[in-house]
Design a protein around this ligand. Structure first.
Ligand SMILES: [Zn+2]
Ligand SMILES: [Zn+2]
Length: 135
């Protein structure tokens, strides 16, 4: 059963996710800021096998994370929209950038990561768990 669908800005890449998200959190690290072009990223974690690319083929870019793990970002080569990330630190798990989801009204982050790097204007919900770095 399809739980939710998403895609990039230009419509070249489309995906469907067939499972409930495992975790959802906001990340205020420098990498998430750079890659999203926004103040922070909201990431939805699902099992890699539950993400089905229904159209197009994302391009990928690999880099080293703070932890030393290799992290891969997947995006549309045509419009540049960021779609997914995965890394050697969490094999078999993919994160989905919330902005790529068609109807993300179900999303409720449970934690904020890298709070100490959050931009001064960012409002952090005090009812969520907050971590200075990656817990
Ligand atoms: Zn695109
Ligand atoms: Zn981050």
């Amino acid at each position: 059963m399809v739980q939710f669908t998403g895609g990039c800005l230009c419509g070249t890449i489309r995906y469907a996710v067939n499972a409930e998200p495992q975790r959802m959190h906001n990340c205020h690290c420098d990498t998430c800021r750079k890659v999203t072009g926004s103040a922070f990223a909201t990431n939805i974690f699902v099992a890699e096998d539950d993400v089905v690319i229904t159209q197009g083929e994302p391009k990928s870019f690999s880099h080293a994370a703070d932890s030393g793990n290799t992290v891969v970002k997947e995006f549309c080569a045509n419009c540049g929209s960021q779609l997914f990330g995965h890394g050697t630190g969490r094999p078999g798990v993919k994160n989905i950038k919330v902005g790529s989801i068609d109807d993300a009204s179900f999303v409720q982050p449970v934690a904020d990561l890298y709070v100490k790097r959050a931009l001064p204007f960012t409002q952090i919900d005090p009812s969520l768990d907050g971590f200075d770095e990656m817990p």
